[in-house]
Design a protein around this ligand. Structure first.
Ligand code: PMP
Length: 348
């Protein structure tokens, strides 16, 4: 492959020093008194504090390597937040103007962070089509204006590939170094890049591994195929099934209630000092549900996709009413260990 812009390609390679290789946490907890462990990749250590930095950096790297983007192009993406923050920061770091098209009901913190990174935001109302409307708007911009690069995170195979090449490989290596073989992986689905990419890598290593997508009970888009209702787990279940998601290549869909996810995220912060976002609470509960199926000793892995910082104005900071079917009521968080970020022993 010809490297047309070696300086930028070198800069991108350097940026991987602050994206990926996140710590793996082994969290000990009790469920109805039974002691168990769940493994979680702590993604708040990436440059902008979320798992989406991996995808943004990888997509831009691939775009430069294959000649789909050139210096001076404007990056235009539709996003519910973390992707916008990731492209704004990484786009600026390699010298691009960034335009983010997003539904106008996303948290104020997300909007302010994107603006602070010098990106322009185009808000889209529910009447203008909300999430789907945002994606359509990016295509219209690219049709009308020259020198636009559309990452198209919901359809771009490089999104899933980013997680296959980095997140999935890291999970395998960090666990292998401890002598642990994963039995299952679960992740809330936004674009589906995480669950599809990690799933593909881990299936290559452990053919029988269970790979579960997760969605909010209140808005079961994956199960029904369309938008059903509102929910509070920002970053997942965005009104439609992204084309990246191949449900027939995955195990059953796990559902978690948004209130339960909020309570569990609050518990991770207040009991263990792990200040994570709402989708991380949901992912932990998804892993608990899988252990309920496979047995308490099953090695179940998930991601903590971001920190609580972008949710300070949301229900995450309020007292959440407990409902009878919640799993969090029967969970006692005990402590956690931290595995090496990089693994020398593993040859993949
Ligand atoms: N959690 C949060 C907080 C996110 O922002 C996202 C990405 N939208 C996800 C989970 C889901 O990740 P993916 O897009 O890879 O499915």
């Amino acid at each position: 492959m010809t490297e047309r812009y070696p300086e930028i390609i070198k800069k991108i390679a350097e940026l991987w020093r602050i994206v990926g290789n996140s710590p793996m946490l082994a969290i000990r907890y009790k469920y109805f008194g039974e002691e168990r462990t769940i493994y979680a990749k702590s993604e708040q250590f990436n440059i902008t504090g979320s798992i989406k930095d991996r995808m943004a950096l990888y997509i831009l790297q691939q775009a430069y390597l294959t000649g789909q983007i050139k210096p001076g192009d404007t990056i235009v993406e539709a996003t519910s937040g973390n992707t916008g923050i990731a492209f704004a920061a990484i786009g600026r770091a390699i010298g691009h103007k960034v335009v983010i098209v997003m539904p106008d009901w996303m948290s104020k913190e997300r909007v302010d962070i994107i603006r602070s990174l010098g990106a322009e935001i185009i808000p889209v109302t529910k009447e203008e089509g909300g999430f789907l409307g945002s994606i359509q708007r990016t295509e219209e911009i690219a049709d009308k204006q020259p020198n636009i690069f559309l990452p198209r995170q919901f359809a771009n195979l490089a999104n899933a590939e980013a997680h296959q090449q980095t997140t999935g490989k890291e999970i395998w290596c960090q666990l292998a170094e401890q002598g642990i073989i994963p039995d299952a992986f679960v992740a809330g689905v936004g674009t589906g890049g995480t669950v599809m990419g990690v799933g593909q890598f881990l299936r290559g290593k452990v053919p029988g591994i269970k790979i579960h997508p997760l969605e909010p009970t209140e808005s079961p888009t994956l199960s029904t195929g369309y938008q059903v209702g509102a929910h509070r787990i920002q970053g997942i279940s965005d009104e439609f099934i992204p084309s990246l998601v191949k449900l027939d290549a995955l195990n059953e869909i796990i559902d978690v209630s948004d209130g339960d996810a909020i309570i569990l995220a609050q518990m991770l912060a207040s009991r263990l000092g792990l200040a994570v976002g709402i989708s991380s609470g949901a992912n932990f509960l998804g892993a608990v549900k899988i252990q309920n199926e496979l047995g308490g000793h099953a090695n179940v892995v998930t991601t903590f996709s971001d920190s609580n910082k972008k949710y300070l104005s949301t229900d995450l900071m309020r007292t959440e009413p407990v409902r009878p079917n919640y799993l969090s009521t029967n969970i006692e968080l005990l402590d956690f260990r931290i595995f090496n970020r990089t693994c020398q022993a593993c040859n993949v």
